[in-house]
Every structure is written in structure tokens, then in C-alpha cells.
Design a binder for this molecule. Structure first.
Ligand SMILES: NC(=O)C1=CN([C@@H]2O[C@H](COP(=O)(O)OP(=O)(O)OC[C@H]3O[C@@H](n4cnc5c(N)ncnc54)[C@H](O)[C@@H]3O)[C@@H](O)[C@H]2O)C=CC1
Ligand SMILES: O=P(O)(O)OC[C@H]1O[C@](O)(CO)[C@@H](O)[C@@H]1O
Length: 441
């Protein structure tokens, strides 16, 4: 079968002509970007905002997209609806590791107005040749060249993702770069939401039958999507609101609600679900016992911490649990379970800290942490469960070194002294760990 490309695409499937200028650089062109920000950019509609997608850690996506002239399709799968759309706003793909000069030149190009990022929680650390290192090199080249203003928009699941990124960039900018960045670069925060599991070969086969061409860069996503963006742009931006994005003054309440309700429940279901032998989030969320645990987390623990934000929580939570049950989207529990040491903080520990400050003991959020502990422990004895985590070595030796609760609470990369020294938290975790272990099949 022929490969998807400009040649195989029919006119009806194409939205824009050949001359879409690159005005956005996206760092981390994984599955999520292709099903989220790129789709918003496509649907914003003017055909003036082309994207240069950057791969960093592996050349795979570059190898998938380049022979297809940047074209790919999105297979949207709801419980009872399905559609396939071609996206044609990716107009260049750079392999950041193999072509660092080309990446720097793109970041310095005054035509580029926006840099977006989906580099995972792990990406927000400085390291030679890492995404942030390359971003800083690009900003330095921009300062030395046109000096044109730029907006850098994080789309990763972090609390205050714009501020986190800005602080990292400023702290590691050499010479007078920090001063230039402060005056010329904005770092809006954003809340992003659309469930986009890793694509499988079966998905590609299904799409090929519909498309009449093989699409190596296919992504699969749920129908729901949301993007709330802080209105803080230093240069232009696409009219993403035309595609349904919400442009607001303060993203923090939306971000808190999404991370605590959706991602908190996601992580709880992933750890208990994986222990219970559920392969997918849909299976875990359809297990009555697990669904009740997720609902108690939302209703009893998370909702009180969000009361002052003024956003609706329980209706939002019901929609989230319905989305998780979408049987057409096989999102693996082990995919959501990965990188727990970085995910627990924004997803569960914020809820626990706020509840403790109000004198409550949030048992379901603590069950989520106990489930993570039981999961980490199980990975050391059971080859079926992967411990895919940047702190895997520290975590594995912690659980092997004695009492699981004590030794994991001692891991500084995850917990602070406040939680470690809270005797009510410690003893609740000690009581809940056997319950979490009892899910193991
Ligand atoms: N998949 C989803 O449903 C959603 C994902 N997101 C955000 O997008 C991120 C990426 O998700 P996907 O695209 O689905 O994953 P993916 O596995 O398809 O792509 C991950 C991307 O991050 C880059 N990356 C990984 N580790 C990195 C590191 N240490 N430094 C720099 N770059 C690194 C990879 O090169 C790749 O481009 C998530 O971690 C999350 O923050 C947000 C909402 C939904
Ligand atoms: O990042 P995870 O835990 O693998 O979950 C997958 C994604 O699904 C979502 O929960 C849906 O938006 C994201 O926030 C999350 O990144």
C-alpha cells in the first residue's frame, strides 16, 4: 500500500496549499501534540501558521513524518462515533539531536512567533543536549540576531507550567540572556486535555483501510478536547479560540482541577488497575470497586480543596470517569503508571497537602499513593509490571531496603519533609498499603 504523502492525498483531504509559513516550533512532537495543539492550529483555520515539529530523544517520529511531507491523520474514537481527519499544518520536522543547528536557526527565525512544548514531566530538567538546553541555545541566537519577541507555551501536565519553564530558562541563561528573555519572551501557562494513547499497529491498519494509504504517523484520540491558555503572548498567535480554545487571564484553577480530578483519578486507576490485572484504563474504570475509589477521591478529597476556585467539580468529575470508560480507546494502565515519581506531586500530593492544612485526612488520595507504593513494590518481584521512571533505581532500592512506606516516604525526589513527618499520613499509608496490595492478581 502507498504511503500517505502530498502525492497520495486527494484535494478534498487537503486543507491548505503548499505555502504555509512556519511560525510555530513545537518541541516534542509525540502523539499528544499531533492530536491536540496541531489540530487546534489546523482548525484555527487561516493557513498562516505552519508548525516545525522537533524530535529530540528518538528519530522515530521524524522518520514517520518526513516521507509523508509532514502529513498524518487523527483517528477520533468515541464509544459510538469514529472519524478520520488529515492534518496538514506540520510543514517541517527537525531531529533536534542530529540537526541542532537547524533547530537553533528555527528558534532564532523572526518569522517564528510561538514555541510550544510537550516534552513530558521528565523534560523539565536541564541537561546537555536536552530540550531546555536547545531552547536556551535558540533564545541566545535570537537575542544575538533579530531580537524579535517570542511566546514559549508549555503544554505539559505541570502545575504552573509557564512559570516553571520561565524560571528554569532564566536560571540557566548565560550572560545577559536572562535580562533579554525577561523583556522579550512570554511564558503563558496552559491546561491541556485530550486522551491520546500510544498508537498501535492495529490502529494503523484500521486507518489505512479508511485512508487508502499507510500512515506511519497516525494518532488516535478521544472526541473530547480542551485547551485553556493564559492570555500572555509577546508576539502573534493563531486564533486558537476559533477552534474552541479558551483564552483566560488565569489558568491556575483550570489546571488544578484537571490535574487533581482527571490525572489524580487516572493515576489511582492506573496503579490499582495494573495491580488488579487490568490492561487498560477503560477496563479499570469499568471495575465497580475501582470506579468507586476514583469517585470517592474526586468527591470527598479533591472537591473540598477546589471549593474556592469557583469551578464546577463534581459534574466535571463524572464526565472524566465516563471518558475513561470509552472502550474504543485502549489506553494502557502501564502507560499512565509510568513516571510516577514525577506525577504524584501535581496529581495527588497537592490534594493531600491542602486537605492536611484543613485538618482532614484524605483517605482516597492516600490510597492513590499507597497504590503507587504497592505498584513500585510489585515491579521488583514481578516481571509483568514495568517500573518506567526516571528515579527507578532509587525507588527499587528503597522498596528492597526495608519497610516500604518508610523507605519510599524517605525519597526526596517525591515527598517533602512535611508529608514524611506527618504521623497521620504515615500511619494512614501503613494501613492502606495492605489494602492496595490486596488488589494484586
Ligand atoms: N498523551 C496524552 O493524552 C496527553 C499528553 N500530555 C502531555 O504531553 C506529554 C507527551 O505525551 P505524548 O505525546 O502522548 O507522549 P509521546 O511518548 O508520544 O511523546 C513524548 C515526547 O516527549 C519527548 N520527551 C520524552 N522525554 C523527554 C525528555 N526527557 N526531554 C525532552 N523531551 C522528552 C519525546 O521526545 C517525545 O517527543 C505528556 O507527558 C503530557 O505532559 C498532556 C495531555 C494529554
Ligand atoms: O500522562 P499520562 O499519565 O500517561 O496520561 C495520559 C494523558 O491523558 C491525560 O490525562 C488526558 O488529557 C493527560 O493529562 C495525560 O498526560
Amino acid at each position: 500500500m502507498k504511503r500517505l504523502s502530498s502525492e497520495t492525498l486527494t484535494g478534498a483531504q487537503r486543507s491548505f496549499g503548499p505555502d504555509v509559513p512556519v511560525q510555530i516550533v513545537h518541541l516534542g512532537i509525540g502523539a499528544f501534540h499531533r492530536a491536540h495543539q496541531a489540530v487546534y492550529t489546523q482548525q484555527a483555520g487561516a493557513g498562516e501558521w505552519g508548525i516545525c515539529g522537533v524530535t529530540q530523544r528518538s528519530a522515530t517520529v521524524a522518520e514517520q513524518l518526513r516521507p509523508q511531507d509532514g502529513l498524518y491523520s487523527v483517528l477520533t474514537r468515541g464509544a459510538d462515533e469514529q472519524r478520520l481527519d488529515v492534518v496538514d499544518v506540520v510543514r517541517d520536522v527537525v531531529d533536534g539531536s542530529a540537526e541542532p543547528e537547524r533547530l537553533t536557526a528555527r528558534l532564532a527565525d523572526p518569522e517564528v512567533k510561538v514555541v510550544t512544548l510537550t516534552i513530558t514531566e521528565k523534560g523539565y530538567r536541564l541537561g546537555p543536549g536536552g530540550a531546555l538546553d536547545r531552547l536556551i541555545a535558540g533564545l541566545a541566537a535570537r537575542q544575538a540576531g533579530s531580537g524579535a519577541p517570542l511566546s514559549v507555551l508549555s503544554c505539559d501536565n505541570l502545575n504552573g507550567n509557564g512559570e516553571v519553564l520561565r524560571d528554569l530558562v532564566l536560571a540557566h541563561s548565560p550572560g545577559d540572556l536572562a535580562d533579554w528573555v525577561l523583556r522579550n519572551v512570554s511564558f503563558p501557562s496552559s491546561m491541556v486535555d485530550r486522551i491520546v494513547p500510544a498508537t498501535t499497529d492495529a490502529d494503523r491498519e484500521q486507518a489505512a483501510a479508511q485512508l487508502g494509504a499507510h500512515d506511519a504517523a497516525l494518532v488516535v484520540a478521544e472526541p473530547f478536547r480542551q485547551w485553556v491558555i493564559q492570555d500572555d503572548f509577546a508576539a502573534g498567535r493563531p486564533a486558537w479560540e476559533n477552534a474552541g480554545a479558551e483564552i483566560v487571564a488565569d489558568v491556575a484553577p483550570y489546571e488544578r482541577r484537571k490535574l487533581r480530578v482527571l490525572n489524580g483519578a487516572h493515576s489511582l486507576l492506573a496503579y490499582l488497575g495494573a495491580l488488579a490485572g487490568h490492561q487498560t484504563i477503560a477496563q479499570a474504570a469499568s471495575d465497580e470497586v475501582l470506579a468507586q475509589a476514583a469517585w470517592r477521591l474526586i468527591e470527598q478529597d479533591v472537591a473540598p480543596t477546589l471549593a474556592e476556585d469557583g469551578l464546577e467539580v463534581l459534574g466535571y468529575g463524572k464526565v472524566v470517569l465516563d471518558r475513561f470508560r470509552n472502550p474504543a480507546l485502549p489506553h494502557r494502565t502501564t502507560q499512565v503508571a509510568m513516571d510516577g515519581s514525577l506525577k504524584l506531586g501535581p496529581r495527588l500530593l497537592g490534594t493531600i497537602r491542602d486537605a492536611r492544612a484543613s485538618g482532614r485526612l484524605p483517605e482516597s488520595a492516600l490510597l492513590g499513593v499507597a497504590a503507587w507504593m504497592a505498584y513500585v513494590e510489585a515491579t521488583t518481584t514481578d516481571g509483568d509490571l514495568p517500573l518506567d521512571d526516571p528515579h527507578a533505581d532509587v525507588l527499587s532500592s528503597a522498596v528492597k531496603s526495608g519497610d516500604v512506606v518508610d523507605s519510599l516516604l524517605a525519597v526526596d525526589q517525591v515527598f517533602g519533609p512535611d508529608l514524611r513527618e506527618d504521623t497521620a499520613v504515615r500511619s494512614a499509608l501503613t494501613d492502606l498499603l495492605p489494602l492496595a496490595r490486596s488488589f494484586r492478581r
